[in-house]
Design a protein around this ligand. Structure first.
Ligand SMILES: [Ca+2]
Length: 467
């Protein structure tokens, strides 16, 4: 049987809206534009947690974070979790990683046969946070904005190496013998805001859009947003030139990344692999870039949670899919595309193969869920999106709720939750989250127990030995 190959590209920190294909008026991502002509572009795809490790672990297993239990960036995934690379290998595939998947702990592969290059982000153990210790205010402003400039960095060098080894893998003369899945994890456009001059100069100083919140907006932010600003030193008035440099470098990193996507697709074509390869492009989460007074991710605003999803395949449609989907749908989609029986596996996602082959969105679920259980909160937080509605729900004795109408208020400035008119939709969407979580207070206690356990283990096992 002729099984399709897979080229799966996951960037780091690429918000969907920061690309020309998703409507940005300035940022140039011509290869994503070309992908849109050849395949499907999912306009409302979200990551399942706006943070590296939990988001990527859910992508690997197809499970919601609350089921997968990879709560934060220092929580390793158990090695006996079944992942899509293991299942592909069990069905005759060669499944390899090139670059980042942020698989921390003793098992850096979780089913991939090997890493063709390396993952620079698993070398540095990240700080461990505990909800019981509360939020500490940053002692100084976030450093990456003052460091923004043109030039190169170890992350640029890593991406060049990841690209080179991936192209070398695709150019191997034996590549046609067995079906393969090559998963390429680029670092771009993740900070540091440093990018080679040719990309930087494309945007700096004037070819950018500055954050422009309406008057008073920063005083009305949710508790979660206010905590993030305090904890990460984001509530600081940087000078405008440095903000322009940061945004220009991020835009430049998007174009730098887009070139690499194009080069990988060209390598498929040059090696006669394109016609039998399914190509997927997505990212683990986005970046706020100063909107709502926030940088980095960790929030459920569009810039942080909505990520690109483009899929090209020999029998797939070209066009837009507008119903909300999420990255954990890729687990069943990849297996389904490889003709593997899905019934024997446990996963939370839905296969996208039907919409990819027919263009008919009717069979897709009408809502998606994303969750956050890491630093910057003291309680479980979740997001449910259905049609034009986005609900953000923080568990507490008195739950904190935000509701946005994405059609009327695409910038998410107008929280409708205090208006009794919206009680019905709030009840419906929060019910989906409670249904997933069961008792939210039990979930909170379970996460705290896990955080405290890891704190003790780290004390004796050493930082970075196990996680
Ligand atoms: Ca990330």
């Amino acid at each position: 049987m002729n099984k399709p190959n897979f080229l799966i590209i996951m960037s780091d920190e690429h918000s969907a809206q920061y690309s020309s294909v998703y409507g940005h008026p300035i940022i140039k991502t011509p290869n994503m534009d070309k992908m849109a002509k050849k395949g499907a572009t999912f306009t409302n795809n979200v990551c399942n947690s706006p943070l590296c490790v939990p988001s990527r672990a859910s992508f690997m297993t197809g499970q919601y974070v609350s089921n997968n239990e990879v709560w934060d960036n220092t929580k390793p995934m158990p090695s006996d979790k079944i992942t899509w690379p293991y299942i592909l290998r069990n069905n005759g595939y060669e499944a390899v990683l090139s670059g980042k998947m942020h698989l921390i702990g003793v098992d850096n592969l979780h089913g991939f046969e090997r890493n063709l290059s390396y993952d620079p982000h698993i070398d540095e153990p990240l700080p461990h946070y505990s909800w019981e210790e509360g939020i500490t205010k940053a002692s100084k402003p976030w450093n990456h904005i003052n460091e923004a400039r043109e030039g190169t960095s170890p992350m640029i060098e890593a991406d060049n190496k990841i690209e080179k080894e991936s192209i070398s893998f695709l150019s191997d003369k034996n590549r046609n013998k067995n079906p393969f899945a090559l998963c390429v994890g680029f670092i771009a456009p993740h900070f540091p805001f440093i990018v080679p001059e040719k990309y930087f100069n494309e945007y700096f100083p004037d070819n950018i859009i500055m954050p422009d919140p309406p008057p008073g907006h920063l005083n009305q932010l949710s508790n979660h947003s206010k905590r993030l600003r305090e904890m990460f030193g984001l509530d600081y008035n940087w000078n405008e030139i440095q903000i322009r440099k940061s945004i220009a470098a991020y835009y430049g990193l998007c174009t730098f990344l887009d070139e690499k996507i194009g080069n990988l697709i060209n390598a498929l074509k040059e090696n006669n692999l394109f016609d039998n390869t399914i190509i997927i492009y997505t990212s683990d989460h986005g970046d706020m870039l100063g909107e709502h007074g926030l940088w980095r991710k960790m929030s459920f605003y569009d810039q942080s949670v909505r990520v690109p999803l483009q899929i090209i395949g020999p029998k797939f449609i070209s066009g837009q899919v507008d119903k909300p989907v999420s990255n954990l749908d890729l687990f069943p989609t990849i297996l389904d595309a490889a003709n593997i029986d899905l019934d024997q596996y446990e996963y939370d996602g839905q296969s996208l193969i039907n919409v990819l082959t027919t263009g008919n969105e009717d069979s897709l679920d009408d809502y998606v869920i994303s969750e956050y259980f890491a630093h910057g909160t003291e309680n479980p937080i979740g997001m449910v999106q259905k049609n034009e509605w986005k609900l953000i729900y923080e568990h507490d004795k008195n739950p904190k709720v935000e509701l946005f109408n994405l059609n009327k208020d695409p910038h998410e400035y107008n929280n409708l939750s205090p208006n009794p008119e919206y009680h019905k939709i709030i009840k419906e969407l929060s019910g989906k989250l409670i249904n997933l979580w069961g008792d939210p207070e039990k979930l909170r206690k379970k996460i705290i127990y896990d955080q405290n356990s890891r704190k003790i283990i780290r004390k004796f096992a050493g930082t970075g030995n196990f996680f």
